[in-house]
Design a protein around this ligand. Structure first.
Ligand SMILES: Nc1ncnc2c1ncn2[C@@H]1O[C@H](COP(=O)(O)OP(=O)(O)OP(=O)(O)O)[C@@H](O)[C@H]1O
Ligand SMILES: [Mg+2]
Length: 277
């Protein structure tokens, strides 16, 4: 165990794939109960950083400390989940043929269920599900099949399925991609509510969304932290301006992971800059 004021410390992490350095001696921390936004151009290493934190990818060098536990990067992925790191991918993993309620029920972990076998099984479970329904704003949709929900509602349901497991840190990769403006706003408010009880890290390209809901922002570029601070300060930082201005759209690398939305256009009209000028 290590005593730290941060829930997460990524220390000097380097990741290389076939000689290509994706994260380069990266240091990154998140405080307890903090809502942190991560931005940066395509290929900056944002998703890879989440892969490192969840032990999906192992670092070539460096270590990850989570909630005082050192070298969690050596753990298996399921152990990371058990210790309280939840991750939301872009494509929601919900059960389309089950109702909203049943989806949340299915997400209550085995550990919680077996504990409840000795006690007030049904009552506790139902209470937890109702609290979560209220949090994600789907209390009027409990008997709707998840497959019939809107895109945004599906995303909120998945967030609920993660929150019901009571993680200490929630990681989200581009949660508002494909959402309407109204859905984006509701998602921002939801993330702020969630961050009252736990730490949340959000990778996002939608700068309007980041500006509206971010407090502290970290900018990644070429596998390193380029800049970190309040959104206001970050979007006026000359290095950030250069990174977003200096890349033409045809230079943007396609990423290897599955993409459900078209690549963002990065160029002179990029919204991180439009508000800065
Ligand atoms: N498994 C892998 N093998 C080889 N290269 C990889 C692998 N995963 C990622 N990369 C490369 O690492 C770089 C960083 O990718 P990553 O997906 O982390 O970027 P990102 O910041 O999430 O980008 P985007 O904004 O497009 O999602 C890219 O050049 C990508 O092609
Ligand atoms: Mg990514």
């Amino acid at each position: 165990m290590e005593t730290t004021k941060n829930i997460l410390d990524v220390k000097n992490v380097t990741v290389s794939f076939d000689g290509f350095t994706v994260l380069n001696d990266l240091n990154f921390s998140i405080g307890y109960g903090e809502l942190r936004f991560l931005i940066g151009p395509n290929g900056a290493g944002k998703t890879t950083l989440l892969d490192i934190i969840t032990s999906k990818t192992k670092p070539t060098h460096g270590k990850v400390v989570f909630d005082g536990k050192v070298n969690i990067n050596e753990w298996l992925e399921h152990k990371i989940v058990q210790h309280g790191i939840a991750r939301k991918f872009q494509t929601p993993s919900i059960f389309a043929s089950l109702t909203v309620y049943e989806n949340l029920e299915s997400a209550i972990s085995f550990r919680q269920r077996s504990m409840q076998l000795f006690g007030r099984l049904h009552h506790l479970q139902a209470e937890r599900i109702h609290e979560t329904l209220e949090l994600i704003g789907l209390e009027n949709k409990i008997n709707i099949k998840a497959g019939a929900l809107s895109h945004g509602e599906k995303q909120w349901l998945e967030i609920g399925m993660l929150i019901i497991q009571d993680p200490k840190l929630l990681l989200l990769d581009e949660p508002v991609a494909g959402m309407t403006r109204q859905e984006r706003n509701r998602t921002g408010e939801l993330l702020q509510r969630i961050a009252k009880d736990r730490a949340v890290a959000v990778v996002e390209h939608d700068m309007e969304f980041v500006r509206a809901f971010a407090n502290t922002v970290t900018v990644l570029h070429m596998g390193k932290v380029l800049c970190e601070g309040q959104m206001e300060q970050v979007q006026n930082d000359s290095r950030v301006v250069e990174v977003y201005l200096g890349r033409k759209q045809d230079e943007v690398k396609p990423r290897k992971h599955e993409r459900t939305t078209p690549p963002r256009k990065i160029g002179v009209q990029h919204p991180v800059l439009s508000a800065a000028t």
